[in-house]
Design a protein around this ligand. Structure first.
Ligand SMILES: [Zn+2]
Length: 251
């Protein structure tokens, strides 16, 4: 044994996760090519090797861990793990947290606001996910908590969460702002009329608009493409993916 072996902390060799089984259990990954699926598994393993997975009152099975990791790396399939440099820990909690915050309005009136948090993503902080909300993720239904929260992380790589992540090569921030602002404005007007074409939550803040449209991009691209085609186009350029070609037609 060398000095180096003495000094290096020993890592228990962990048994490989059931990646193939996890891939087969997640419909949104089925249209990927074999090489893309292979790359996704490598990135998923890399994510779990580099981020601490803290389980508070929950214990994910190896299959659940693999499913979590594969969905987490879907957005960065062509970007690489560096894009998740903004956090070091994923914390799983059993149920969404209900929080009571005191807020003050413009007239100085203080009131208590109750909000339910299924996931949270703070600048430089850990990613917090409620396991009960993850169970349904992975289908073509327009919702995905993991992708939603990780989109906030990508957004915050460019500073505050404002719906504008760092641009990829060849992209123009002015065009991104133009297309997202127009769609966000439309979403807000229609949400006020109770006629929002996508989840009204997207109208609450530009960062939530990006997170909700990115969820749709990966889990119901047809809807996003129909409603906000310019946003869909920007996201294809950012993620270098075109999920519309993967989404199966349903009757
Ligand atoms: Zn959000």
């Amino acid at each position: 044994m060398s000095w180096f072996d003495w000094l290096s902390p020993k890592r228990e060799p962990s048994s490989p996760l059931p990646w193939a089984q996890a891939l087969a259990a997640l419909p949104i990954l089925q249209g990927l090519s074999v090489s893309e699926q292979q790359r996704l598994c490598e990135l998923g393993a890399g994510l779990l090797a580099h981020k601490t997975l803290t389980q508070l009152g929950v214990a994910l099975t190896p299959l659940q861990q693999a499913k979590l990791a594969l969905q987490a790396v879907l957005p960065i399939l062509h970007l690489g793990l560096d894009w998740y440099a903004g956090f070091h820990e994923i914390i799983l909690i059993p149920e969404p947290v209900t929080r009571h915050d005191m807020v003050q309005d413009e007239f100085g009136l203080v009131s208590e606001v109750e909000s339910v948090h299924a996931g949270e993503s703070w600048q430089q902080g850990p990613l917090v996910l409620a396991r009960s909300e993850l169970a349904g993720d992975g289908g073509w239904d327009g919702y995905n908590l993991i992708i939603h929260e990780l989109t906030h992380k990508l957004d915050m790589l460019g500073g505050e969460a404002d719906g504008v992540p760092p641009m990829r090569p060849g992209m123009k921030m002015s065009e991104w702002r133009r297309d997202f602002q127009a769609a966000f404005d439309e979403q807000r007007v229609r949400a006020e009329r109770n006629d929002a074409p996508i989840d009204p939550y997207a109208a609450t803040h530009p960062a939530e608009f990006l997170a909700v449209t990115t969820e749709l991009f990966f889990t119901d691209p047809r809807l996003l493409h129909d409603v906000y085609p310019a946003v869909y186009c920007q996201l294809t350029r950012f993620f270098e993916q075109d999920p519309l070609t993967r989404q199966p037609f349903t009757s």
